[in-house]
Design a protein around this ligand. Structure first.
Ligand code: FEO
Ligand code: CA
Ligand code: CA
Length: 708
C-alpha cells in the first residue's frame, strides 16, 4: 500500500464488476487480486437430482413471525411511553397484527407505479418524477452531545468518536413512538478511505498515529435519533442536546461481549483478554438486519485487511489465517492499513489470536444506549455480509447469512429457543438470548440440468436454473458434526468446517432476505470474475456463467414452508445483466420492458411484499442504484430502476419504513475513483465541495407509499 501509485486524472480504473481499483483497495484489501482463499477440493454438488423438483406455490409461513416493528398507522411498532431517558430505556413494542400478514393474495405481486429512471452517470442522486430526497446525515455530522462541528483540516479521534462515521452501509430506522414522529437511525460504517478523508494524504506510512485513530473512530456504527419533518416522508436528526439514544460504536473503544459456545475458547484468548470473552471494537461492518425484538445485527466482513504479521504467526495457525484471506507469507503485506502502528494487537506476530475475534455477527440494542453489544459465536465466523432473522412457524428464529467471497458459502442458523411474543420486559430479555445458542448449517445445492450448464448462461431445456438442496449441519452447542473438528473449531473456523462437508461454492453470497409474507428466501449473488477460469470451479446450475460479471438472485423455498427445514427447492428468478444479453433472465418477463441491473448486493422487502435490490459495481456503465420488482404473480421479473447514486458510489441500506412512506439508502464511497483526493474530488456530492458518504431519505411528494 505504501508504494501505491497515485494516478491522475480521475479516469477510474475499473476492476471487478465496474468497481474502481480504489474501492477494491480500501474496502476489501484487494481481495480479488489475492488467490481465492477457498482452495478446498470439496466435491460440492450432491448427486444430480432430476425430475423431483416440486414447483410450489406460495408457501404460507411466518404466522408467528408476523410481528414487526413499524412506523405509522395501525402497524406502528412503538416504544411504550417512549421516554427518552438513557437511564430507563423504553421497551420496543411490536404489533401482533402487521400489514405483512401472510395469506394476502396480493402480497408481492407488484403494481409498481413509478416510471423507471434511466441508467446514468450523473454526479447526483436521482429519483423518479413525483419523488423528493434529502440527506439525513453525512460523514462528520455531530452525533453525541458535545460533538464539535466537522473540521476537515483539524480532524481528531476525539471529535470523530462523537461524529457520524465514514462509509455508511447498512441502514435501519426503528420507531420511537406510536405516532411515527420519532425514530432511531442505526447505521454501519464499513471502512475508511484515507485518500478522500485527509487533505494532503500521501501514504499509510506517512499517516500520524492520530490520523490512524481517526480512521478507527470513523469505523463501527452510529445510532442517531431522528424526527419526521412535518407530515412528510422526510426525516432529520433531532436537534442537538436532547439525544439520549445517540451512540457511536468504534473499532478501538467499544467493548463487545462474546456469547455462545465458543466464547472463552482458547482460540479467542489474547494477552489483553486472557478469558477470551471481551473484544474491543468491530471491523468492516457491512450489511445487517433488524430482529423481531428490535435489535440490530451487523456483519463483520473483510476484517482480514486490518491485520499484518501473519507470516510470523504460529505455523499451525497459518492455514487457518490464510483461509480467511490473511497474508501469511510476507511480514507487511500490501493492503495493510498500518493500524498496528497505533495498536499492536493488529500485528499477528505478537497477538496471533486477535484476528479470530473478528468475522462475527454482532448484535446491538439501540433502545438501550448503555447496553454492551455482543458478538455471537453460535452464528459462526466468516466474512459475514449480514444476517436477517425470520421467525419460523414453530417459533424458532432462523438467520440466513452469506459469506461474501468468491467460492464461499451460504449459511443458516436456527435458534434452540423459541421467540416469545409480547412486549413485556420478560419477553424482551428472553428474545435477547435467542442468537446465543442454536444449530449452524451450510447450504449444498443439487441441479436438475447439470449436463446443460456450459457457462454461457443459456436457460436449460426444463425452463429453469433450479434444483433441490439441503442444509448440512455443522454444529449445535458443544456438539460438532464435522469429523476431526471440535465445536469451538467449527465456530471459529467455520469456513474450514464447511469445506469438509461439501458445501456449494457460490458466486459471492451477499445479503439474504426472507419474504415476511411468504417465508421464501432470496439471496443476492453479486458476481464472480473467477468462475470457470483457470483451475477455478466450473459453472454449475446455481452459478451458471463463466467469469460472472453481473451476478444473479436465488430463491429458496424451504420444504413444507418451514424455515427450520433441512431441505428445500431452489431456482434463479433473475440472472442479471443487459436484458439484450441472451445470458440474462428476468423470471420470463418481457426483457424489453425491464431496467438493466448488474451486481446485486443488498435486498429488502417493502410493506406490500415487493423485492428491492441495490447494486454494488454496476458493470453496465451506469452509476449504482436501487431497483424493485414484484416477486409473485405475472409481474414477477418486471424490474424497475428507482434511483441512482452519485459518481463512484455504491447504493447500500436500503430500508423502508413499515408505512412504506420513507425509503432510506446509504450513499457509500461517493467519488471513490483512483487518483481522487479531497482536493481533487471525483464527486462533489452532497455539498458541492468534496465527497462525503451520507444517508439519504426518499419520499413521495403526494405522501403516498413508495413505489406503489
Ligand atoms: Fe461489504 Fe459484501 O459487501
Ligand atoms: Ca433446471
Ligand atoms: Ca454489501
Amino acid at each position: 500500500m505504501s508504494d501505491r501509485p497515485r494516478l491522475l486524472p480521475l479516469l477510474g480504473t475499473t476492476r471487478h464488476g465496474s468497481r474502481d481499483a480504489m474501492t477494491c483497495l480500501y474496502r476489501c484489501g484487494n481481495a480479488c487480486d489475492h488467490p481465492v482463499p477457498n482452495t478446498s477440493d470439496n466435491a460440492y454438488f450432491g448427486d444430480v437430482v432430476n425430475a423431483e423438483v416440486t414447483r410450489r406455490g406460495v408457501v404460507r409461513a411466518g404466522a408467528v413471525g408476523a410481528m414487526v416493528l413499524g412506523f405509522g398507522g395501525a402497524a406502528a411498532g412503538a416504544l411504550a411511553g417512549a421516554a427518552p431517558a438513557a437511564a430507563a430505556p423504553a421497551t420496543p413494542v411490536a404489533p401482533e397484527a402487521a400489514r405483512r400478514a401472510p395469506g394476502r393474495p396480493d402480497v408481492g405481486t407488484g403494481a409498481l407505479d413509478f416510471k423507471p429512471i434511466p441508467p446514468n452517470t450523473l454526479d447526483t442522486f436521482v429519483v423518479p418524477n413525483g419523488y423528493d430526497h434529502a440527506v439525513v446525515i453525512r460523514w462528520g455530522d455531530p452525533v453525541l452531545p458535545g460533538a464539535p462541528e466537522f473540521d476537515l483540516h483539524g480532524q481528531s479521534a476525539a471529535a470523530q468518536s462523537k461524529q457520524f462515521g465514514y462509509n455508511n452501509d447498512f441502514v435501519a430506522a426503528l420507531p420511537l413512538d406510536r405516532q411515527g414522529r420519532r425514530g432511531l437511525l442505526v447505521v454501519n460504517h464499513e471502512y475508511t478511505n484515507e485518500d478522500l478523508m485527509f487533505p494532503g494524504y500521501t501514504t499509510p506510512d506517512a499517516m500520524t498515529v492520530e490520523q490512524l485513530r481517526v480512521a478507527m473512530a470513523a469505523h463501527g456504527m452510529s445510532v442517531v435519533e431522528i424526527e419526521r419533518v412535518g407530515g412528510t416522508g422526510q426525516w432529520r436528526p433531532v436537534e442537538r442536546g436532547r439525544r439520549p439514544y445517540n451512540r457511536r460504536v468504534t473499532a478501538h473503544t467499544t467493548k463487545f461481549e462474546l456469547t455462545g459456545p465458543a466464547a472463552g475458547s482458547a482460540w479467542l484468548r489474547t494477552a489483553a483478554d486472557p478469558r477470551g470473552r471481551v473484544v474491543v471494537g468491530t471491523l468492516n461492518n457491512c450489511a445487517g438486519g433488524v430482529t423481531p425484538w428490535g435489535t440490530v445485527l451487523s456483519g463483520e466482513e473483510n476484517f482480514n485487511q486490518y491485520f499484518v504479521g501473519g507470516d510470523a504467526a504460529p505455523a499451525e495457525l497459518k492455514p487457518r489465517l490464510a483461509r480467511y484471506g490473511i497474508n501469511t507469507t510476507a511480514r507487511y503485506p500490501g493492503g495493510s492499513r498500518k493500524w498496528e502502528r497505533a495498536d499492536e494487537r493488529f500485528d499477528l506476530a505478537k497477538h496471533p489470536n486477535e484476528a479470530h475475534r473478528f468475522g462475527w455477527i454482532v448484535e446491538i440494542d439501540p433502545y438501550d444506549p448503555d447496553s454492551r453489544p455482543r458478538k455471537h459465536t453460535a452464528m459462526g465466523r466468516f466474512k459475514h455480509e449480514g444476517a436477517n432473522v425470520h421467525v419460523a412457524r414453530d417459533g424458532h428464529v432462523v438467520a440466513y447469512m452469506g459469506d461474501d467471497e468468491r467460492f464461499d458459502y451460504l449459511y443458516k442458523f436456527v435458534s434452540d429457543k423459541k421467540f416469545m411474543k409480547g412486549n413485556s420486559w420478560i419477553a424482551r430479555r428472553h428474545n435477547l438470548t435467542l442468537l446465543e445458542s442454536g444449530t449452524l448449517y451450510v447450504a449444498q445445492f443439487d441441479q436438475t440440468s447439470a449436463d446443460e450448464i456450459d457457462g454461457s448462461g443459456k436457460l436449460p431445456s426444463d425452463g429453469a436454473f433450479d434444483g433441490r438442496g439441503r442444509w448440512i449441519k455443522l454444529v449445535r452447542g458443544n456438539r460438532s458434526y464435522v469429523d476431526g473438528m471440535t465445536a469451538d473449531e467449527v465456530l471459529v473456523f467455520t469456513r474450514l468446517a464447511a469445506d469438509k462437508v461439501g458445501a456449494t461454492k457460490m458466486d459471492r453470497p451477499e445479503e439474504v432476505e426472507v419474504s415476511p409474507a411468504t417465508g421464501k428466501v432470496y439471496v443476492a449473488l453479486t458476481n464472480n470474475s473467477s468462475r470457470g477460469t483457470g483451475s477455478n470451479p466450473k459453472p454449475d446450475e446455481m452459478n451458471p456463467r463463466t467469469a460472472n460479471r453481473h451476478g444473479q438472485i436465488a430463491e429458496l423455498v424451504e420444504d413444507r414452508g418451514d424455515n427450520t427445514a433441512e431441505t428445500f427447492t431452489w431456482s434463479l428468478p433473475i440472472v442479471c445483466g443487459d436484458p439484450a444479453d441472451p445470458s440474462t433472465y428476468y423470471a420470463g418477463y418481457d426483457k424489453s420492458k425491464v431496467s438493466p441491473i448488474s451486481c446485486p448486493d443488498n435486498l429488502m422487502f417493502d410493506a406490500t411484499g415487493n423485492l428491492w435490490i441495490s447494486t454494488d459495481g454496476n458493470a453496465l456503465g451506469s452509476n449504482d442504484g436501487l431497483f424493485a420488482t414484484a416477486i409473485e404473480g405475472p409481474e414477477k421479473g418486471h424490474l424497475k430502476q428507482f434511483l441512482t447514486v452519485p459518481v463512484g458510489a455504491e447504493t447500500c441500506g436500503p430500508f423502508v419504513t413499515d408505512d412504506n412512506r420513507s425509503l432510506f439508502v446509504a450513499v457509500q464511497h461517493p467519488g471513490e475513483l483512483t487518483g481522487a483526493t479531497v482536493e481533487n474530488p471525483a464527486s462533489t456530492w452532497p455539498d458541492g465541495d468534496y465527497a462525503k458518504p451520507g444517508v439519504v431519505v426518499t419520499w413521495r411528494l403526494d405522501g403516498g407509499p413508495i413505489g406503489s
